[in-house]
Design a protein around this ligand. Structure first.
Ligand code: MN
Length: 286
């Protein structure tokens, strides 16, 4: 099943080129009062929502996918976790390019651990990435995103994939420079997740997925998740050694070689096998 959030908190079941509006399924979500629990309410109740979606889909009104505005499939993650330098060929290009490393000695993920991006940097593909108007190189990084489905802490690697609610494409946008990663990667709109939540039943082997990003039609990054240094199960287990994971938490798994700058007016076309495709515009922040 593929579920999208669209047109301002509507829930859609993606069926080929169409979306069935199954927003009525959201009525099963419990009403909450302060203080709110960590995590995303929809993802936390995904099994119940899913049964309602299946019942509603038969008669739900449909729209064409290209006629709707897609939001991030997760509305309220408790955190956005990201993996630095998790593909060897990206490590090599970062070491070779002063425009990426800014004089720093680039090591691998086991040296750095993970990092967090601001929750408020999150958008869906229906919104454009807004670049700050500063003289800096700003790059695309396409990454497979994992959406965590249930709470967990110190999760063993052997059980880690049981914690996945689904997969999505993500763009970990970044300003190159000497500041801390979380600063350079947490600007508003710098975390794009979409086009929808693709549940595990749609993905044969998440550890073996081809993907690419084209900027203005030209292929910039093309790789496969089998080249991850820390694979998906290890990333979840590793993250949960430090952070208690909650439903809706997003893990951006790292980007391969081919990162490069974008500018206002560019269009980033992103695709991951079996997960989806999304086009994301670039504009200037005002
Ligand atoms: Mn990244």
């Amino acid at each position: 099943m593929r579920l999208c959030r669209f047109d301002g908190n509507r829930l859609g079941l993606v069926m080929g080129d169409e979306v069935a509006d199954v927003s009525a399924a959201l009525e099963i979500l419990p009403a909450l009062r302060w203080p709110l629990p960590y995590g995303d309410l929809l993802i936390a109740n995904l099994d119940k929502v899913r049964s309602r979606v299946e019942a509603l889909a038969v008669t739900a009104p449909r729209k064409q996918l290209d006629q709707i505005k897609l939001d991030s499939p997760v509305a309220n993650p408790s955190k956005i976790i990201a993996a630095p330098v998790n593909y060897m060929k990206h490590v090599e290009e970062a070491r070779a390019d002063a425009g990426i490393n800014f004089g720093a000695d680039i090591k691998t993920i086991d040296h750095y651990g993970l990092f967090l991006k601001s929750n408020t940097s999150l958008i869906g593909p229906g919104e454009a990435v807004r670049l700050p108007n500063i003289e800096r190189r700003m790059d695309h990084e396409i990454e497979l995103a994992l959406i965590i489905g249930k709470e967990g802490y110190r999760i063993p690697e052997a059980q880690a994939l049981d914690y996945v609610a689904g997969y999505a494409l993500s763009l970990d946008m970044v300003i190159r420079g000497p500041e801390d990663r979380s600063w350079r990667k947490s600007y508003d709109t710098f975390s794009v997740v979409g086009p929808w939540l693709t549940m595990p039943d749609e993905v044969k082997d998440p550890g073996n997925l081809d993907f690419w990003i084209k900027v203005n039609g030209e292929t910039k990054q093309a790789s496969n998740t089998r080249y991850l240094i820390f694979g998906l199960a290890k990333l979840i287990s590793y993250a949960s050694q430090a952070y208690r994971l909650y439903p809706g938490d997003i893990i951006m798994t790292g980007t391969p070689e081919g990162v490069g700058p974008v500018a206002a007016g560019d269009v980033m076309d992103c695709w991951i096998d079996q997960v989806g495709e999304m086009k994301v515009g670039v504009t200037l922040a005002t």
